[in-house]
Design a protein around this ligand. Structure first.
Ligand SMILES: [Zn+2]
Length: 483
């Protein structure tokens, strides 16, 4: 097993990456890596500062004669995701990452590698160290806790950065520029439930499982089912033919995940049970056919269950089911210019009934903030019709893609000259640090790019060696051309 990364090119970048591998830096544990960077910068006589949350900024003066060039910010996040295979002994607070070379890839032995975003950090350090490079005034911004909460970006002060051009080095496909991301905001709905005074004798558990779920932004356009919607539809349909009383309705677990499972407990008279089951199964067959391609494992489970809670009144039951059915879910609109990009979507994420309350969470996204608010308006209107309370806390900002941006046009030219091919330009339907930083620095022209990394956030994470060299050459050429 070849563990010698010092043979790889560009040498300086890999030297810094090798050092980073020896310093534990999982999310929330970035102190040692931040100190490492501060120490190096001091050794190189560069101006540094660290804010209260731990973000680090290092400034490097322009090359002689380039002082008037526009300031450029290079940005990478300090933290990595700590995941390991169950058969691997590894303490992410103490042990160095064991990296090795396999063909054109660098991987780690049974753990995440931290190429996300260690290669970006190493590239910044290699730029800061090298006195021979040509560039205008430079700032490197190293943020904390990108992976679990975007904390560093959220807490970044509005008056730290001087540059107006930001190159974020946290992308995972060499040859692709990311120029936008979605903002997000939730809606929290509270429905008061009234219950009957009489306990039910004969109860049935109705469970929908086997759905694929996935990320509520990145996977929302894949036509997958929503377990909560499916279950509500079954119950709505059955209620036209049979009498039953809902006791509870639950499903979904995370705001940012498409709900995979949902279950309801209902009370039904013995002589109505058969009819109820038939109705549920009939509607389920229709659903199963509709989802025959995207949800092959969709399953309906019906079984008797003992239940001590009182059933909902007819009115509460109707309101709950109608509300779940009416709330929007899925893709609302696609981006008019960037092929395949979802512009606006919403995820009916969680339903939870307990005692006298049903809590429903919807999580919406858009790369256009007014469109995001428009979805929340729809949710508010549905809630108004249903006569229920909804709270809509402030969300996080979008980075609206601008295909005409000056920096993008320039970098496309630079890329084409260097590699004789067009880069791909895309945006993502999820939150990124650039969205948050951009809101604090209006007018900041930003692009995100990086080397090719596969399976980030998993023990199969690997970075392609050849792509690191291309990424580096492109970064240097960009700094020269922007100066
Ligand atoms: Zn990252």
């Amino acid at each position: 097993m070849n563990t010698d990364l010092s043979s790889l090119k560009p040498e300086k970048l890999w030297k810094h990456f090798s050092a980073i591998l020896t310093i534990p830096h999982g999310s929330g544990n970035e102190k040692a890596l931040a100190s490492h960077i501060l120490n190096l910068a001091k050794k190189w006589n560069l101006e540094t500062l660290q804010d209260k949350v731990g973000n680090v900024v290092v400034r490097k003066p322009a090359s002689p004669g380039k002082e008037k060039a526009p300031g450029v910010v290079l940005q990478a996040h300090l933290d990595m995701v700590c995941e390991k295979n169950s058969d691997v002994q590894h303490d992410f607070l103490k042990d160095p990452i064991q990296a090795y070379i396999e063909g054109d890839w660098v991987k780690a032995r049974g753990t995440t590698l931290g190429a996300d975003n260690g290669i970006g950090v190493a590239a910044c350090l290699a730029v800061l160290e090298d006195k021979s490079l040509l560039h205008g005034p430079l700032e490197c911004l190293f943020t904390v806790d990108e992976e679990t909460g975007l904390t560093g970006a959220f807490k970044l002060k509005k008056d730290i950065l001087k540059g107006k051009l930001l190159l974020n080095l946290d992308s995972e496909d060499e040859g692709t520029f990311t120029i936008g991301c979605a903002g997000g905001a939730d809606s929290e709905i509270n429905l008061l439930l009234e219950r009957k005074r009489k306990k039910a004798k004969n109860c049935l558990l109705i469970k929908i499982t086997g759905l694929r779920g996935g990320h509520s932004g990145l996977d929302i356009n894949l036509g997958r089912g929503n377990a909560l919607k499916s279950l509500a539809r079954l119950l709505f349909r059955a209620s036209a033919e049979t009498r039953f009383e809902i006791i509870s309705f639950n499903g979904g677990s995370k705001r940012n995940a498409i709900p995979r499972e949902a279950w309801a407990v209902v009370a039904v008279e013995k002589d109505e049970e058969r009819s109820l089951k038939n109705q549920l199964r009939k509607e389920f067959q229709a659903l199963k056919f509709e989802y025959r391609v995207t949800e092959p494992d969709l399953t309906l489970d019906l079984r008797p269950i003992a239940e001590s809670e009182f059933p909902l009144t007819v009115e509460s039951q109707t309101r709950l089911i109608n509300l779940i059915l009416s709330l929007p879910h899925g893709v609302i609109s696609m981006h008019p210019e960037i092929a395949g990009l979802v512009e606006t979507s919403t995820n009916l994420a969680i339903v939870n009934t307990e005692g006298k309350q049903a809590r429903i969470i919807c999580s919406s996204r858009s790369s256009v903030m007014s469109a995001l608010e428009a979805v929340r308006l729809v949710i508010r209107a549905v809630c108004q019709l249903a006569g229920v309370r909804v709270v809509q806390p402030e969300g996080y900002p979008a980075w609206t893609p601008n295909l005409k941006a000056e920096l993008l046009q320039k970098m496309i030219e630079i890329y084409k000259n260097l590699f004789q091919k067009e880069p791909e330009v895309k945006a993502v339907h999820a939150g990124l640090e650039c969205g948050i930083i951009g809101e604090k620095y209006p007018g900041m022209d930003m692009i995100s790019f990086g080397p090719t990394i596969r399976n980030p956030h998993s023990p199969d994470e690997r970075v392609q060696i050849g792509s690191v060299e291309r990424f580096w050459n492109f970064l240097l050429e960009t700094l020269i051309r922007l100066s």
